[in-house]
Each structure stands twice: as structure tokens, then as C-alpha cells.
Design a protein around this ligand. Sequence first.
Ligand code: SAH
Length: 346
Amino acid sequence: MKSLIQKLADGRHLDQNEWVALIAGDYDDQLLFDQAVAVRQRVYGRDVYIRGLIELSNFCANDCYYCGIRCSNALAERYRLTEEDILARCEAGYALGFRTFVLQGGEDGRDRDDYLIPLIQKIKSQWPDCALTLSLGERSRESYQALYDAGANRYLLRHETANAEHYAKLHPPFQHFEERIRCLKDLLEIGFQTGSGFMVGSPFQTPEFLAQDMLLLEELQPQMVGIGPFIPHHQTPFAEYPAGSLELTLRMVALTRLLLPQALIPATTALATLDPQGRERGILAGANVVMPNLSPADVRKKYLLYDNKACTGLEAAEALDNLRNSMAAIGYQVVTDRGDWKKPTE
Ligand code: SAH
């Protein structure tokens, strides 16, 4: 295993079987974490970038079987932030030290280009030193281009699984794997710093599928990669499936760091939901980003993608000092910075 890890670190390429060996093998993960952290420190030092996550709306036209805000969940209490709400949260976030805002939401019909473009322009003109990230699902290439031209810098859209048959087991027939990939390729070509990623331990997942996730990351070369454990939501078809494993999630984070040294990799909220030390453990496995919740407090419980989603404690943007302290305690510093992707120098 040691030599496989070395091969990955040196060549940033493995074949399917080698990936499966590293994903499913029995070995001491600390070896892997040490390598991942060394690579991360070479590129990003000991800085931790923060993003203020504003959850715009939990209305959603999609019906992902794993997700609590899917359109078929009639029990979800729906909400939608107004432009005024959103700008107020940016204002509060800026004062706290955020220099990136992430606007995430369900696929809400309200969020048409003619709504988003003026909003993006307002945020970019009011806080010109901030980066703006969108995570609003699948859209046409024209729409992505228009949002980019309006000033959005980054876009998060996880591929969820790189295996088309697996994708079809996680989504209804009207959602297509090919369309997801089309979106990711368009985002990359347009020039967004683009985030892909996947869940670990989603129903029916195998080590072979995770290997395919890594091969897809190698092919796409996204600037950001979000990796979190699947966590069941009680009002979804996957309510009875077990959550993904913390250990395997951390292993996938570390492997991703070795594959893509420059990637911006968050220690995700789902990781923090599984383990109170999840944020720290993510950073110690090679992650370099944390995305505290900057949504208005009264809607946080409604943006429930999975059960018990963390949104207080270290997850809350107001508790940034706690996050700073907990990162300092493991030798890292939260910085006030846009935290852009760093181009490889070689
Ligand atoms: N609608 C947008 C963004 C919101 S969902 C989109 O589809 O991109 C953001 C991410 O939450 C998804 O990409 C998915 O990977 C994750 N997610 C949703 N349900 C989850 C669950 N039950 N457990 C863990 N992660 C989940």
C-alpha cells in the first residue's frame, strides 16, 4: 500500500484496480493522511479558507432519492429567502470576516437568470473584494455563461457518483447522469472555478464505483471537490439505509488531495454531522476549506438535506471564533481571504 500511495503522490494517476486497492484495502490511514497533509501544506500552507454558506431556498424541482428537500417530500416546510435577506446575510458575513459567499439552494423556479443576475451584480459591487460561489444545480450552458458574465466566480455541482447505473439508482428517471456531466464540463469551459464531488456510502455504492469517482476527478480536474458521507433523511426512500463511514470519507478526502494537490477541499458539514470532531479530522486528512452556515437562523432547520444536519456549534457563522480556536488547536489558521484556487506552478 505504501508504494501505491507513493505512486499516486508522484504520478497523480492510478488505474481502476489500483484505486480499488487503496479505497478498500486494510492499512493504517495515518500513513495516507501524513502524505495528504504534506501535499496540502506545500500548496496552501496551514491556512484554512472559510466560505459563508447562504441557503437561498429549499424549493426543489428535483427528486434525488437521498435528499430531504426533494420535491416529493410533502412534509418539508418550504422557504425562500428574499433578496433583502440575502444581502443582509452577506453584510453580516463580511463583518465576521468572510470573503467568499456561497449561494446554495434547491432547484427553485424562482431563481431564473433575470432574478439572479441583478442579485449577483449587487453582491459583487457592494463587496468587490469577495468571491461569489453558486450552487444552484443543473442549468443550461447559456444560463451558466450569463451568471458568470454577471460576476459569479465559482460553481459547486457534485457529480454524486461517476457510475451511470448507480446514478440511476439514486435519482428518478428524469434526472440523467449525462446531463450532470454536461453541466460540469460547461462550467469548466466557461471558466468557473468548478467544484465536483460525491457522497461516500450512498446506497448501492461499491469500492469500484468510488474508484470511478477518482477516475472522473482525474479526467475533469475540477478546482474544488466536495466529499461527504451519505446520511439518511427520515422522509426519503433511503430513510432506512445506514450512513456512510467517517473513516472511508476521510480516506477519500486524503486520496483526493494526493490526486489533485491544488484542489480546494472542504471538511464538509456532513462530516461534522457524523462526528463532533469531523471538521478537524477533515482538515487533518488534507482538507483546506470550511463552510460555516451563514443562513438566517430561522431557516437553517428547514434546509434539511439529511437528518440532524449540523448548523449550530462550529457550523454557525456566528461561532467563527470557536472555529478559529479549534483550528488553531490543531495547528491551522482561519484566514480572511477569498481563498482562490492556486494554479499549479510546475
Ligand atoms: N441542489 C443543488 C445544491 C444542494 S444539494 C445541487 O443539486 O447541486 C448539495 C449537496 O448535498 C448534494 O450535492 C449532495 O451531495 C448533498 N446531499 C444531499 N442529500 C444528502 C444526504 N442525504 N446525505 C449526504 N449528503 C447529501
